[in-house]
Design a protein around this ligand. Structure first.
Ligand SMILES: C[S@@+](CC[C@H](N)C(=O)[O-])C[C@H]1O[C@@H](n2cnc3c(N)ncnc32)[C@H](O)[C@@H]1O
Length: 287
């Protein structure tokens, strides 16, 4: 497995932040088509958990191509999408010209305190160099009693698309290629860890549940292609493999996807974890 155990978190640093940034600039062209039909499956539950309705001032952090901001705007919310990748912001504006998108960092939000009724982050937390800082920033940007909701992927046994690629790299390639060290990808998959972290940041009424998403694919190479072109960390591991190892990994992943054949397509289970919390009425933390 590529990701270390969540115990003994590694120090996070600017090198990892910059590695992720460069990766998303590169992946922006492919990400939306590769992952959009999957990641948008959370939109209803995520927006409900954040209490989104007409007039809600909502910030979608790590918006990518703007999927969740657009779903919030469709409910009549005043949605703003934020992402640190200029290429992603350009893609979001191209797809959703009527929505406000802003370039900025989840770890240092460019907004005053108490600016939003709701802050959401769909599959963003697991890419951050300093996820705890991003959660603290979401808390700061919320008004008292504002709602925060986020999703991450479940452990790779439940998010099978990740599991099959990580297992194939382990078996046929080299999982230990040199990469900037970042927080464990699956740190927040554990309900106890995301609950503890949200409560530590000052959120109350924390709720965590799983969402049984399914990745529908027309090609058995869909998982490999998506992760190698539309992602960052795993894509970098794949790029570092030898040609022979890469071919073996691709074939192994194809075989794993084929096991999920169903009605002329492939239906890969991709469980997500949804966590939410409320900023307390009287927040005494320094701004
Ligand atoms: C997996 S994509 C999620 C996109 C979208 N939320 C969705 O639902 O599909 C992760 C996004 O997080 C963004 N991101 C990563 N680190 C960030 C940071 N520190 N600040 C803002 N955005 C960041 C990336 O540029 C990328 O667009």
């Amino acid at each position: 497995m590529i990701d270390p155990d969540p115990v003994g978190l590694p120090p996070t640093n600017d090198t990892f932040h910059d590695f992720e940034h460069a990766g998303w600039e590169r992946a922006s062209e492919h990400y939306g088509d590769a992952f959009g039909a999957l990641t948008t499956q959370t939109a209803g539950a995520l927006l409900n958990a954040a209490g989104t309705s007409s007039g809600t001032r909502l910030l979608d952090v790590a918006t990518g191509p703007g999927f969740i901001a657009a779903a919030a705007a469709a409910r009549g919310a005043h949605a703003v999408g934020l992402d640190f990748s200029a290429a992603m912001i350009a893609e979001a504006r191209r797809r959703h010209p009527a929505i406000a998108f802003r370039e900025g960092d989840a770890e240092a939000l460019p907004f005053d305190g108490a600016s939003f009724d709701a802050v959401v982050m769909n599959f963003g937390l697991l890419h951050l160099a300093r996820p705890d800082a991003a959660i603290a920033e979401a808390h700061r940007a919320l008004r008292p009693e504002g709602l925060y909701a986020l999703t991450v992927w479940a452990e790779p046994e439940q998010a099978a698309g990740f599991g099959m690629v990580l297992n194939a790299i382990q078996k046929h390639g080299n999982p230990n290629v040199p990469l900037p060290e970042g927080p464990p990808f699956f740190r927040f998959s554990a309900p106890e860890e995301i609950t503890r972290t949200l409560e530590h940041a000052g959120f109350s009424d924390v709720e965590v549940r799983t969402l049984p998403l399914t990745w529908y694919l027309t090609s058995p190479d869909g998982v490999f292609d998506a992760l190698s072109r539309g992602g960052v960390r795993t894509a970098a591991v794949l790029r570092a493999q030898t040609a022979a190892a890469l071919a073996a990994i691709r074939a192994a992943v194809r075989g794993s996807v084929e096991a999920y054949a169903e009605d002329g397509r492939f239906a890969v289970p991709m469980t997500a974890v949804l966590a939410s919390g409320k900023k307390s009425h009287r927040d005494t933390r320094p701004r």
